[in-house]
Design a protein around this ligand. Structure first.
Ligand code: MGD
Ligand code: MGD
Ligand code: SF4
Ligand code: MO
Length: 697
């Protein structure tokens, strides 16, 4: 007999709701939550491989304290009391001597982020950062510059769209279950997909129209689309009149950017560009120019993402059925807010952030997330002050921040590195202390508020007893804080205490989750009235084509387009991305997923490979500059990539021997990438580095 436990998958960050079947304290089956629209029982390969993670012996099984050199892999087993005392004693000394701000805490946003942030506020540090800037910081800034909302507050109505345009949004590989199911249903009903990427991804193969664009030139394409839409009056005139400011400035700006001009820059025929503009106009406002998820390709990213949002505004598709919508939260459903410990009163923190977020380096980037790409610079140069400790919780600075050799060198200057992880990641192996977290199937976490057209709450309950001597992170932070005499900010003992605190103003009880694993806060989709009710949060209350946020900070809304030069002979633009079988840097050692995709390959165009004497399947070496020579990986010689580019999957080239299945397999993109940022939007440009490729004899 098995029992049903409602939970939330965490094999990747999408957090699909799941139904876990448990027998004899073991997981026997995982599927998507059948009651949740869009999920309907479905799970991806990574979600199914949660079983292999649970039973994996190659993950940290107890707290460990380093005994040898950093990264040398010499450890001693510690009990929890000893390991937590060790961390607390070191932190106490560091905070006393250098102040709370000398401690930096990096994490991938998760259900307990409100508790991690509480920990940092309690110790007096402004330096909590998330992965967001590395992911979609420029999309965030672009949205704020136009609408006053950040990108997580915006969603796509895939189910009702009639035409969706995706720029490198490789949704069928870099996947999210509900959006894909909804998009496929819409496509069955006749919705069109236009896909633009220098590489023929799986999404390209499913599209109605595919354009192999010259890398880095999407902005030129969009200016030409806008030019056509304005010239042929293809836009939603009522919507634009009511909701947009700055149309005249846009008209004047795009005047020179004709489709013929864009053809030369992008390689896409002018007639095709005009056709797309007309087709989108025919189905407006039920159409989407997708703003992207992992947004940071090139340094002009902010203007590219703004141009996408401007196209949606012209189509009237912002807050429209089949278009984009603003996600509604508890308040819109007439409920009180979900409780967050971080909303307590804390002593004031006067120190600036370590990463220039919201300050000189990145004046308009979202400082609630920070800019982790500044970590190495800040440590090495003690700019703006010395940093002494890093806590990495579910975050991998040694694979997720460009130029990882520099990051590794910088981290070695620290007095303390603590890793809270479920894997022997590169950062765990380089840390002074590993505090192993129980995996998602072994722990319960804070309740998730899911904003959307129909806001709801979801729950992760504990499915099974931890296989090893591990703990949930929400308990780890409380335990360390208590040792620092800051326990008053963590007024809970159990997960039920946390849940009750979160739900106290919502009119929802824990039992309400029992039947379906989620609680809907409303029956009806909440869309604002397009005539008069859209609540844009810009100073003007409109979509600001000329952005007050940007102009105030001294950034022009419409700088002239800067042409993208082709790489010099013998060099290629290094593009990176994901595959359906892996999550970023987390799953390469998973028994099942490793079998599906054991290493990464280098996609290279047939003609370029021939010139270099490289054959399909042969090992090559990729070099970005003399310092960052990387490991070898196999060449995939193909016509399905633009000749100016090469491509590799992110997350390989790992150097931790304890992960035997992925040890030294493939190459690491982070080692090759230069740390070049979009200074306005806030994200590092992950596809900007130029590399050379050599056959390995
Ligand atoms: N399986 C799986 N799914 C995931 C994730 C995962 O790790 N694994 N992670 C999730 C997360 S956090 C994110 S951010 C999303 C990422 O979702 P995506 O951004 O859709 O995914 P990537 O794989 O990064 O794809 C980037 C694509 O952009 C293309 N590209 C590069 N340069 C250019 C250019 O100049 N123009 C255009 N048009 N295209 C370009 C690349 O060739 C590549 O195909 O995926 C999410 N879903
Ligand atoms: N070079 C390069 N850098 C990139 C990208 C790229 O394509 N190339 N992509 C960018 C993008 S889009 C993103 S979203 C970020 C993602 O960057 P990260 O957040 O660093 O990557 P993840 O693979 O999601 O996971 C990070 C760590 O979390 C651990 N982990 C997984 N589950 C748990 C858990 O339940 N508890 C704890 N405590 N730890 C856990 C994993 O073992 C791993 O060490 O990287 C960005 N940086
Ligand atoms: S997309 Fe897959 S791995 Fe990610 S949460 Fe959903 S089921 Fe899990
Ligand atoms: Mo991401």
């Amino acid at each position: 007999m098995s029992t049903e436990v409602w939970s939330i998958c965490f094999m990747c960050t999408v957090r699909c709701p799941i139904r876990v079947m448990v027998a004899n304290d073991d997981v026997v089956w995982i599927q998507g939550n059948p009651h949740v629209p869009g999920i309907e029982g479905a799970l991806c390969a990574k979600g199914s491989a949660g079983l292999a993670l649970l039973h994996d012996h190659e993950r940290p099984q107890y707290p460990m304290i380093r005994t040898g050199e950093r990264g040398a892999g010499q450890w001693r087993r510690a009990g929890w009391e000893e390991a937590l005392d060790y961390v607390a004693d070191k932190l106490k000394a560091i905070i006393q001597e250098h102040g709370g701000h000398s401690v930096v805490f990096g994490e991938r946003t998760n259900l307990n982020t409100h508790i991690s942030k509480t920990f940092m506020k309690a110790i007096g540090s402004p330096n909590h950062f998330t992965h967001d800037a590395l992911c979609k910081g420029s999309v965030n800034t672009a949205f704020r510059s136009l609408t006053g909302y950040a990108d997580p507050q915006v969603g796509v109505d895939y189910a009702n769209t009639r035409h969706i345009v995706m720029y490198g949004r490789n949704i069928f590989e870099a996947l999210e279950i509900a959006p894909i199911n909804n998009l496929l249903k819409a496509m069955d009903k006749g919705a069109k997909l236009t896909y633009i990427d220098p590489r023929v991804s799986i999404t390209a193969t499913k599209a109605d129209r595919y354009w192999m664009i010259r890398p880095g030139t999407d902005l030129a394409l969009n200016y030409a689309l806008i030019h056509t839409i304005l010239k042929e009056k293809l836009y939603d005139q009522d919507y634009v009149r009511r909701w947009v400011s700055g149309l005249n400035e846009l008209i004047a700006f795009v005047e020179p950017y004709t489709p013929e001009w864009a053809e030369a820059e992008t390689g896409i025929p002018a007639g095709e560009i005009k056709n797309l503009a007309r087709e989108m106009s025919e189905v407006k406002p039920a159409c989407v120019f997708h703003y992207g998820y992992r947004g940071a390709h090139h340094p002009n990213e902010i203007y590219f993402r703004r141009s996408i949002i401007i196209l949606n505004a012209l189509m009237g598709s912002i807050e429209a059925q089949g278009g984009l919508f603003f996600k509604k939260g508890a308040a819109a459903a007439g409920r009180g807010d979900i409780g967050k410990y971080v909303s307590q009163e804390f002593p004031k923190i006067n120190a600036p952030r370590f990463d220039g977020s919201g300050a000189e380096a990145f004046p308009i980037a979202d400082s609630s997330h920070g800019n982790p790409q500044m970590l190495a610079h800040a440590i090495i140069n003690e700019d703006p002050y010395p940093i002494k400790a890093l806590i990495a919780n579910r975050f991998e600075p040694l694979q997720s921040i460009p130029d990882s050799a520099q990051v590794r060198q910088a981290l070695n200057k620290l007095d303390l590195i603590v890793a809270v992880d479920i894997n022997f990641s590169e950062i765990a192996w380089y840390a002074d202390v590993i505090l192993p977290e129980s995996i998602y199937l072994e722990r319960a976490d804070s309740i998730q508020m899911v904003s959307g057209l129909k806001p709801s709450l979801r729950i992760r309950k504990q499915a099974v007893t931890p296989r090893y001597d591990t703990k949930p992170a929400w308990l780890i932070w409380k335990e360390i804080a208590t040792r620092l005499e800051l326990g008053q900010y963590f007024p809970y003992e159990t997960i039920e205490d946390i849940w009750n605190f979160q739900l106290k103003d919502m009119g929802v009880k824990i039992e309400d989750f029992d039947a379906k694993g989620f609680v809907s806060l409303t029956d009806k989709a909440i869309l604002w009235d397009r005539k008069d009710g859209i609540k844009f949060k810009t100073p003007s209350g409109k979509i600001e084509f000329v952005s007050s946020l940007m102009e105030k900070a001294g950034f022009p809304s419409f700088p002239p387009y800067e042409p993208v030069a082709a790489p010099p002979e013998g060099r290629f633009r290094l593009l990176v991305g994901r595959c359906a079988a892996h999550t970023h840097v987390s799953t390469q050692n998973n028994l099942l997923l490793n079998e599906l995709v054991p290493e990464n390959e280098l996609w290279i165009h047939t003609a370029a490979a021939a010139k270099l004497g490289i054959k399909d399947g042969q090992y090559v070496e990729v070099v970005s500059n003399p310092l960052n020579t990387n490991g070898k990986l196999k060449a995939k010689v193909t016509d399905f990539i633009h000749p100016e580019a090469v491509f590799m999957l992110h997350g390989f080239g790992k150097t931790v021997p304890a992960q035997t299945r992925c040890y030294l397999k493939g190459a690491s993109d982070a080692l090759l990438q230069e740390n070049i940022s979009d200074k306005v939007g806030g994200s590092p440009a992950l596809d900007e580095t130029l590399v050379q490729v050599r056959p390995v004899k």
